[in-house]
Write a protein that binds this ligand. Structure first.
Ligand code: RNT
Ligand code: ZN
Length: 424
């Protein structure tokens, strides 16, 4: 055993005792954290540009900022970077890809004609490395979405194209789901909306509702066994400030009436609204929801997920309420101002810290105080919980998961940057 490992073990023994005193079983907490899957988005690795022939990139109010060198320029680089990053992330990981990551090899076809074959490399990669795949229609970054409308377009030709694209995505997800033996989670996000106050707010919503219905009804042979559909709401995007067709109320209503998952992205609400407070509200009416964990800084800026108070609260809600099976977790951010592989690792490790720390929190003690109306003790205990020796447990968790402990991963990233990224 190395000196470092001895130190980790000593710290761990001490910390375990402290937690045991509060009735927390540390080994069980680590086990549960490791089993809760986090779906990691491929698009952090290439600034959401994608791998298609002539289309791709961001539009519809989302934006990647920064120009750090070393961006993955093709599928092989993106997968190599992802694998490098995955080796530094504890816990079960899924791999979340977008339709814009089709590898067409010069084939002249558009998004309304994609099939699972266009994702053959991703499927092989997922199988080889034992990641399950999740999927997303790409309703942006395309000339037919240039006017800001997709499934709610009044233009029949454009709307038909997007309806067909979203159908293809369910078919592709079905192939993924069958191949991996567990459902592929498909997230439907449409950027549709107006920069300025509309004269007609009703018809785009009616058109989108009917278009979504058509997508799901015409592919209804695809069931929950292979695909879980989620619809993502949003408040506003850059250049789409005044009206978003797929608003919170629209998507919540859609999810409840059509039995879909609702996607709650932490950047898609007014800054004083908290997704942590929404989980137990929507889960009174929906069996499952999808989370997009992100970090909005003043707007939906998609900063790298930090282990901040709101992220902690979200995972406390999941764990304390026993929502582990009902809240599906995916990450959604894109930062091109720092090393992109590091950005991946940071976001997942921070999510995992929030998750592990939630499993280590004595929720039943806190609830007992609450039920006895002893709010003094509840607050005191919540504050004391912040001071628990989490660090040594985290180190042991990383050690057990076979990923770098402490800051060791930064050295590894710097080496990778020197050997691989800087040569691009
Ligand atoms: C946009 C949504 C959406 C996208 C990804 C790339 O605001 O959050 O989920 O970020 O699909
Ligand atoms: Zn999102």
């Amino acid at each position: 055993m190395s000196t470092n490992e001895k130190r980790i073990l000593a710290g761990y023994e001490y910390a375990k005792d402290v937690y045991a005193e509060k009735g927390v079983n540390v080994d069980e907490a680590m086990d549960r954290a490791a089993k809760y899957a986090v779906s990691v988005h491929c698009w952090q690795g290439d600034d959401v540009i994608g791998l298609e022939n002539d289309v791709g990139g961001t539009s519809g109010g989302i934006q990647t900022t920064g120009n750090y060198p070393g961006r993955a320029r093709n599928g092989d680089e993106l997968r190599a970077d992802f694998l490098k990053a995955a080796g530094m992330m504890p816990g079960v990981k899924r791999l979340n890809i977008h339709a814009s990551y089709a590898e067409l090899h010069g084939k002249k076809k558009d998004r309304d004609a994609y099939t699972a074959e266009d994702f053959a490399e991703w499927m092989a990669f997922a199988k080889e490395n034992k990641f399950s795949l999740d999927f997303n229609p790409t309703n942006f970054g395309h000339p037919l979405a240039a006017d800001g409308f997709t499934l709610s377009s009044r233009d029949d030709k454009k709307r038909r194209f997007w309806i067909e694209h979203n159908k293809r995505c369910r078919e592709i997800g079905d192939v993924f789901g069958k191949a991996q033996g567990d459902p592929c989670v498909i997230n439907f996000w449409m950027p549709d909306g107006y920069k300025d106050t509309p004269a007609d707010t009703d018809s785009p919503r009616r058109i989108m509702r009917d278009a979504l219905d058509e997508v799901f009804e015409s592919t209804s042979s695809i069931t929950d066994d292979t695909v879980l559909d989620a619809v993502e709401s949003k408040l506003f995007g850059i250049g789409v400030e005044s009206y978003t067709v797929g608003s919170n109320e629209f998507m919540l209503g859609y999810a409840v009436t059509r039995k879909k998952l609702l996607t709650l992205d932490t950047g898609h609400f007014h800054p004083t609204e908290q997704v942590s407070d929404k989980l137990s509200a929507v889960l009174q009416y929906l069996p499952k929801i999808l989370l997009h964990v992100s970090r909005p800084v003043r707007w939906d800026s998609d900063h790298v997920v930090s282990w901040d108070q709101e992220t902690s609260r979200i995972f406390n809600e999941i764990v304390a309420n026993g929502y582990d099976k009902r809240v599906v977790c995916a990450l959604d951010y894109f930062d091109a101002s720092i090393n992109r592989v590091a950005a991946w690792v940071l976001g997942v490790r921070n999510t995992q810290k929030a998750l592990l720390s939630a499993y280590l929190t004595p929720h039943s003690v806190l609830r007992e105080y609450e039920y006895n109306c002893d709010y003094t003790s509840r607050l005191a205990c919540q504050e004391e919980a912040k001071n628990m020796p989490f660090g040594p447990i985290w180190d042991m968790y990383c050690l057990k998961q076979g990923v770098p402990v402490g800051e060791d991963w930064i050295k590894e990233i710097k080496q990778y940057e020197k050997d691989v990224l800087s040569n691009r």
